[in-house]
Design a binder for this molecule. Structure first.
Ligand code: LLP
Length: 416
């Protein structure tokens, strides 16, 4: 059940009124639901049941400490792509031994820190990275657990910017080269081959591409085993889609049941790196209408939220539902483009939306818990929004609104 429902005509996050939150904390504002995060995470662990597993939330999706802490308390693992994300996980009480380290450009100092805190596995994306990791680990006198992220060359049938498993993407190692590179890994000092990793893209609504990738990974694992290289875990990445508009994505339960069936009596530990399917529908972005501008050909609602706060519509032409916080309105229905104050034609959060609104009204952009705040910028010297975590009838500020002073705190004028 959604955590964002109308109560007495007014949209709530769990039992907290969004109008009250906007009044107290101002807009634009990100509002999350603790129980929505928890339920979405548990959908994975419940479906995995007794099967050995680790569900590593993809930190890039929403890296707020309050969010990470909510999941860490449930025993979640985390998928990170930078030292910054690793330090966030640690600061939020996450267990480093449940962290997988992904990403194509890991630097030596990042590898060092990850080895010091003892991450679960490095998902290595190139031969050059493997050599660097071997050198860094050997110098520290440590052994790095590794998986190779293989690129199974399957079409995830998603937006080209978020499809990652095709041959011409920058990610992963060509699966046809994988045996040779695994053999190399097995012979390099400071490395311990643990698993195979793949991630083919994001916002996948069908299970078939995942299963195609799994079949190719299993064929690789068999070949490795024939050459004396034993694999302990399969990391199937993230990628499961959510409903933004009218998509009918598979549920984690359906996806995991299909994976288990495909594995048959193979007993590999399974790692998943879900992001969007845990976070997207656990958050909304609240914004206020500043002005209505009714032109001959087009109506604009100029809102106080902008592309710097939520870039998905501008960057991917992504569609997210936009609803009034108050269910009742005496205004006539008109079709609006919802545009922000940033000086770019691409600065919109929604286009051609039928709405009954007036200046001063609050709107909620739905499904904003994933790739929302994390992709925000200070473009046009706009401070980033505050973030609130709602828990039942309580609301906690999990990130304060950025002040104007903080915008240039690290900058300086030239000397005299
Ligand atoms: N693992 C790896 C290695 C990834 O690259 C990603 C996402 C995930 C896991 C999590 O995938 P998810 O479960 O969220 O699909 N900013 C874009 C999405 C970029 C996805 C990047 N990688 C958007 O707003 O749609």
């Amino acid at each position: 059940m959604s955590a964002f429902l109308y109560q007495n005509g007014s949209l709530h996050a769990e039992n907290v009124s969004l109008t009250a939150l906007a009044k107290e904390h101002g807009t634009p504002l990100y509002v999350y639901s603790r129980s929505a995060f928890e339920q979405a995470y548990l959908a994975y662990t419940v479906a995995l049941g007794e099967w050995p597993h680790l569900v590593c939330f993809a930190v890039k999706t929403n890296s707020n400490l309050g969010v990470l802490n909510t999941l860490a308390r449930l025993g979640a693992g985390f998928d990170i792509v930078s030292i910054g994300e690793l330090e966030r996980v640690i600061a939020a009480g996450g267990d480093p031994s449940k962290v997988v380290f992904s990403g194509v450009g890991k630097q030596a100092h990042e590898m060092q820190r990850a080895l010091e805190v003892g991450v679960h596995c490095f998902n290595v994306e190139s031969e050059a990275e493997l050599e660097r990791l071997s050198a860094v680990a050997s110098e520290l006198g440590k052994t790095a657990p590794v998986s190779l992220r293989v690129n199974p060359d399957v079409d995830a049938q998603t937006h080209p910017y978020i499809s990652t498993g095709l041959k011409d993407n920058k990610f992963g190692i060509d699966i046809n080269d994988a045996v040779r590179i695994y053999e190399k890994a097995a012979g390099l000092p400071g490395l311990n081959v643990k698993g195979v990793d793949c991630h083919i893209g994001s916002q996948l609504t069908e299970i078939d591409p995942f299963l195609d990738a799994l079949d190719r990974v299993l064929a690789l694992v068999d070949e490795l085993s024939g050459r004396g290289i034993t694999i302990e875990h399969l990391d199937l990445g993230g990628g499961l889609g959510v409903r933004y508009q009218d998509e009918q994505p598979a549920t984690p339960a359906e996806y995991i049941a299909a994976v288990k069936e495909r594995l048959g009596d193979r007993t590999f530990k399974l790692i998943f790196e879900p992001g969007r399917s845990i976070a997207a529908n656990a958050g909304v972005f609240l914004t206020q209408v500043e002005f209505l501008k009714l032109n001959e050909h087009k109506n604009f609602a100029i809102i106080d939220g902008a592309m710097n706060d939520l870039i998905r519509p501008a960057l991917y032409s992504a569609w997210q539902a936009i609803v009034p916080v108050s269910e009742t309105s005496a205004e006539p229905e008109r079709t609006y483009d919802l545009v922000g104050p940033v000086c770019e034609t691409g600065d919109f959060l929604g286009k051609d939306r039928p709405l009954k609104i007036a200046a001063g009204d609050l709107l909620a952009v739905m499904s904003a818990g994933a790739y929302g705040f994390v992709m925000a910028s200070n473009y046009n010297s706009r401070g980033r929004a505050a973030e609130i975590m709602v828990d039942g009838d309580k609301a906690f500020v999990v990130r304060e609104r950025e002040t104007v002073a903080s915008l240039f705190a690290g900058e300086s004028c030239l000397p005299d």
